[in-house]
Every structure is written in structure tokens, then in C-alpha cells.
Design a protein around this ligand. Structure first.
Ligand code: G6P
Length: 602
């Protein structure tokens, strides 16, 4: 997730761009770049760091010209450094562009363009687009045709801002599965990833749809379909959001926005890793002594990882909190050990210490990380990125479901490599994996019901979340979400443990949330629910078997999904329930008391 802003009009373009970038910083902030045009010449300044630090250092506000484009980066391919910062240019330096998204087939395109003699400067997927347009220009009638031809060869997600030095009247923008919106002024036009970028100048906006490109001039805009070239009529909307609301795209909190971004984030996690997973699986296939280390929500992802590895790759990882592992594991790690660290931020002190310990003892390290270029990525042998984009809410939501997605992909790739389970089953799982974004979208539709449920439960003091097998992790994560942001006491546990102690706490009206997808232990959890019900617990069950309806006070009918994929879908209603309870109780879910997004101290 990156931020794009473009301007064409009579103002000094760099002023509009720099102020727009500051308002887009929440979308990513590891590097910045600006390109303007003056007298047919492009002026480019870019570098790693935040806009506040680089504005003066790079002289971003001194660039000449009345049209230009800016970018604030959230790295996906290539570490955040000066070279990988956008804009990227073609060989001639006449085309400069910025990108938000992931080009899935960039390796293949890069190969082809290298063979044709193009020179690449960066490690990004973005740079191929500039060279591809340059290549298409050799045969196309004009720039627009070259652009369209190039776009039709791209796979993945992309919002683009493009400037061509030989065409001083226009800027070009594209949208495909990454956001883009136009700001309509008087004698000036804006384009951006998001409304706040131009809100101080205009509140008239045109939302661009997937598969469309825009030719922007001072006086207006033309929107066309990039597959057919047909002109599309667009509606102009008047935005009446405050700046702060606009940053959250109208959502009252970042957490809610991030929950609603999960379908997209999971899709990006799949797209962004599809090419690499087999190679990673091959590199780790020989290891049998495996530790998964992490903290908080990432630790719960590790528990899901354990079940996936067991069921699919027939490997039994030990899942440990990094804070324990770092002091206890020294004597048992050696060069035959694989340590998988899961960390959204890549900066959690305990998790970093665990990776360092593993390295010191000669183990192989693999990190699953969201923040590109973070410390964990620099000290690990192998890295898998979750591609969730920046997460601002302290409670992890979309970064959790993307961690689960890449762990599932890794376990499937391992199973294929090791031939541990039937290939047809793996094919079906893989197909189902691609349906996850749709299924998440479906359960997001339960929001009103969950809000009403939150109202019913607002005064409750204790919650129990139960699950079996892979769903134990969902129970733990559901309870953690509730504790973190609503400040209600909650316990997550394996349902089998209920009658070994916690059942003593279940009395009239105590909420028991049962995570009960169909699968190996469905009948068992039904018995556990009955046990809680017999003690007058208030049963809220999530499942795809209607039998649950009879034994529950509230039943949330979940879409059918393989048990191994169910954690990605089932956690979403629990995130929403925690969110609405927090809001009802007057808490700020984005900034829970006493907690931090990234725990960089021990
Ligand atoms: C903090 C955050 C959690 C997160 C945990 C681990 O406690 O509030 O949301 O799960 O740290 O963070 P990491 O960045 O390593 O995943």
C-alpha cells in the first residue's frame, strides 16, 4: 500500500504534491519521491525516509513546474532505499511513473525486457512498467496506445501515476485493484490514492474503477477502459468528510477500515507470494526440527502454522513465545534447526532476540513479516512478506489473516514438495485459498448482527472462547482482541480443557463463544458446547453446521470452507465483535490503553 498524488494546473505543483504526501503518509512512509515537468524536462527527487525529513534535504519544494506526481512508499518488492523509491523511469528518462500495488508477472516481464536491452536500476516490480511502455512506444501510434498495450500485459494490482516529458499537456493515471480518485478543481485537476491528499483544494471527486485509465489535463479529464479503449462516463461526487474522516475513508477508526481491507489484503498476500513459495519450501523441506517463534497475535498465527504443518507436511513444529524461546532454547538449537519467526512489524524485541539466538547457534531462519526492510528481514536467511499494507490500529487484524494465508501457502508448497498428502487434495485446497477474499467479504456482511450482539453483551464481565484443533488459535485470538480493545476479561482455550477447570466459572449468562467449523472434531465441540449450556452459559457459536443453531443462543452461519482454511474466515466476526464492544464501551480501539503497536523493548 503506497500513496500517490498528482497535480496539473497553475499552482506550483511541488507545493500541492508535498502537502498531499504528508496527508497520505498513513498509507506508507518508508520512502518518498516527486517528479515535476517544466519546459519539457522532468525533475525527479527521491529517497528513503519520511516526507518530513526529506522535504528539505532533497529540496522537494523547490522543483519547478505546474504538473507533477508524488509517491510515498510502502515497500513490497525491493528494500526501502533511495534507488527503489519511486518514481521509476524508462531507459530514455522521458517516462516517469509511480505505482501502488504488486505486479505479479514482473519477473517474466523483466526477463523479456532485459533481453531486449533495457537497463534496470532498481529491484522493484514497478520499474518494468516504465520499460514496458517505452518498448510499446516503438510500435504504437502514440503514447496512449503504448500505455494501453503495456497495461494489458500486466497481472496483479496497480494504481499508477505517469508523466511523459514529450506530452506537456497531460498526466496519466491508471487503476486496477488499487485505489485511485480524481479531484476536480477550477482550471486544475488532482489525482490521488485517497481523498485527503487533495481535500484542502477541492471536495469534488470522481472515483475511478478497476480497468480504467485517466488522461488528465488542466481543464478536465477523460476516463477510458484500458481493455477496449472505450470512454467511460463518470459521476462527480461531493465529499463532505472532514480531513480526519477522509484518511480513514469514512470509517470511524483505522481498525474497522483495516478489518474491511482484509479481502484485499489476503488477495495481495496470495498474489505477492505465489511465485516464491515453492522455492522457499524447497529450501526448508529438509528440516525436521522446527520452532515457530512470535508474540501476541503473531504467536496465534504460529499455532495455526503448527496445525497446517502437521496435517499437510507431516512436520511438528514447536510453537513458542519468542520471549520464552530466547532464554530456554539455546541448548537445543543447532544447524539442523529451522526457526520460523512471525512478526508484523519485524521489530518486536523478543522476536528479534529469538532470531539472533537461532543464527548464533547456526540454525536456518525464516521470517514472515509485513514491514519490508524491517530488522527481522535484515537478519533472517529467508523472508516471506505478508503484503497487508500498513496497519495503523494497534490490534492486529489484516496482518493476522495475511500471516495465516502465507502459512497455508507455505504448508501446501511443503506438502507438494514432500509428497506427504494427496495431490488432488492440495489442488482443492489451493483453489479454495483463492476464494478466501470472497468468503471474508461474505462474513463482513454480518457486521450489523455483530453490532447488535455487542449491544446485548456490553455489560458482561467475562468471556470464554473455545475451539478445537486448528480453531484453538481462533479462540485465543478472539479472546485477545476482546481483551486488548474492550478491556473485558476473556479467556481463549481448547474446548477439551473446559471441564478441567474453566467450567467452574460458567454460570448463568456467561458468554461462551464456540468456534466450530465442520471437521475432524466437530462432534467433540458440540459436546463441549452442551457442557457449557448445561451451566446456563450464553452460547454464541460460529459454524457451518445447522445443528449448532439448536444448542446456541446466537448462531452465526459461516460459509463452508475447509477446516484448514477456516481460521482466516472465522476470526473476522470475532474482530468485529471486539471492535463494536470497544466502541460501545467508549474506548478508542485504535489506541488501547497501556499497549503499543510495536513492542521494541523486552
Ligand atoms: C504488540 C501488538 C500486537 C502484536 C504483537 C507482536 O503486542 O499490539 O498486535 O501482535 O505486538 O507484534 P509483531 O509486530 O511482532 O507481530
Amino acid at each position: 500500500m503506497c500513496g500517490i498524488i498528482g497535480y496539473i494546473g497553475d499552482r506550483k505543483a511541488c507545493d500541492v504534491i508535498v502537502s498531499g504526501l504528508k496527508r497520505l503518509e498513513y498509507r506508507g512512509y518508508d520512502s518518498v519521491g516527486v517528479v515535476t515537468e517544466n519546459g519539457g524536462e522532468l525533475y525527479i527527487r527521491k529517497g528513503a525516509g519520511k516526507i518530513g525529513e526529506l522535504e528539505k534535504k532533497l529540496g522537494l519544494s523547490e522543483l519547478p513546474g505546474n504538473r507533477g506526481i508524488g509517491h510515498t512508499r510502502w515497500a513490497t518488492h525491493g528494500i526501502p532505499d533511495d534507488t527503489n523509491a519511486h518514481p521509476h523511469t524508462d531507459c530514455t528518462g522521458e517516462i516517469a511513473l509511480v505505482h501502488n500495488g504488486i505486479i505479479e508477472n514482473y519477473l517474466e516481464l523483466r526477463e523479456e525486457l532485459l533481453e531486449k536491452g533495457h537497463l534496470f536500476r532498481s529491484d522493484t516490480d514497478t520499474e518494468v512498467i516504465a520499460h514496458l511502455i517505452e518498448e510499446e512506444l516503438k510500435t504504437a501510434g502514440d503514447f496512449e496506445e503504448a500505455l494501453r498495450n503495456a497495461l494489458n500485459r500486466l497481472k496483479g494490482s496497480f494504481a499508477l501515476g505517469i508523466i511523459y516529458s514529450r506530452d506537456v499537456e497531460h498526466l496519466y493515471f491508471v487503476r486496477h485493484e488499487s485505489p485511485l480518485v480524481l479531484g476536480i478543481g477550477e482550471g486544475e485537476m488532482f489525482a490521488a490514492s485517497d481523498v485527503p491528499a487533495f481535500l484542502p483544494y477541492t471536495n469534488r471527486a470522481v472515483f475511478i474503477d478497476d480497468g480504467e485509465y485517466v488522461i488528465l489535463s488542466k481543464e478536465g479529464y477523460t476516463v477510458k477502459d484500458f481493455r477496449t479503449g472505450a470512454v467511460r462516463e463518470k459521476e462527480v461526487h461531493t465529499i463532505n468528510w472532514s480531513l480526519e474522516m477522509a484518511e480513514k475513508q469514512g470509517y470511524p477508526h483505522f481498525m474497522l477500515k483495516e478489518i474491511h481491507e482484509e479481502p484485499k489484503a489476503v488477495k495481495e498476500a496470495i498474489y505477492g507470494n505465489i511465485e516464491f513459495m515453492d522455492r522457499i519450501a524447497e529450501e526448508i523441506a529438509e528440516y525436521d526440527k522446527i520452532f515457530i517463534v512470535a508474540m501476541g497475535t503473531s504467536y496465534h498465527a504460529g499455532i495455526v502454522g503448527k496445525y497446517l504443518f502437521q496435517r499437510l507436511a507431516r512436520k511438528v513444529p514447536i510453537v513458542e513465545e519468542a520471549s520464552e524461546f530466547r532464554y530456554e532454547a539455546e541448548g537445543v538449537i543447532d544447524k539442523n534447526t529451522l526457526v520460523i519467526a512471525i512478526t508484523q512489524s519485524g521489530e518486536t524485541a523478543d522476536t528479534l532476540a529469538a532470531i539472533r539466538l537461532a543464527k548464533k547457534r547456526g540454525a536456518k531462519t525464516l521470517s514472515i513479516v509485513n514491514v519490508v526492510g524491517s530488522m527481522a528481514t535484515r537478519i533472517s536467511d529467508l523472508v516471506i512478506y505478508t503484503h497487508a499494507g500498513p496497519e495503523i490500529g494497534v490490534a492486529a487484524t489484516k496482518t493476522y489473516t495475511t500471516q495465516l494465508t502465507v502459512l497455508t501457502m507455505l504448508a501446501i508448497a511443503l506438502a507438494r514438495h514432500l509428497k506427504t498428502v494427496d495431490g488432488d487434495y492440495l489442488n482443492t485446497l489451493e483453489e479454495d485459498l483463492h476464494k478466501l477474499p470472497e468468503l471474508i467479504e461474505e462474513v463482513l456482511g454480518y457486521e450489523d448482527e455483530l453490532k447488535a450482539l455487542a449491544e446485548e453483551l456490553e455489560e458482561k464481565k467475562d468471556f470464554f472462547y473455545i475451539g478445537r484443533g486448528i480453531s484453538v488459535a481462533t479462540a485465543l485470538e478472539g479472546a485477545l482482541k476482546l481483551k486488548e480493545i474492550s478491556y473485558i476479561h476473556a479467556e481463549g482455550l481448547s474446548a477439551g480443557e473446559l471441564k478441567h477447570g474453566p467450567l467452574a466459572l460458567i454460570e448463568d449468562g456467561v458468554p461462551v463463544v464456540a468456534v466450530a467449523p465442520s471437521g475432524k472434531t466437530f462432534d467433540k465441540i458440540v459436546s463441549n458446547i452442551e457442557e457449557a449450556k448445561a451451566r446456563k452459559g450464553f452460547i454464541i457459536s460460529l459454524g457451518d453446521n445447522d445443528e449448532l443453531r439448536k444448542i446456541s443462543d446466537v448462531f452465526l452461519r459461516m460459509p463452508e470452507v475447509d477446516e484448514l482454511l477456516s481460521p482466516v474466515v472465522y476470526v473476522v466476526p470475532l474482530q468485529l465483535l471486539a471492535y463494536h464492544l470497544a466502541v460501545l464501551r467508549g474506548n478508542d480501539p485504535d489506541k488501547p490503553r497501556n499497549l503499543a503497536k510495536s513492542v521494541t523493548v523486552e
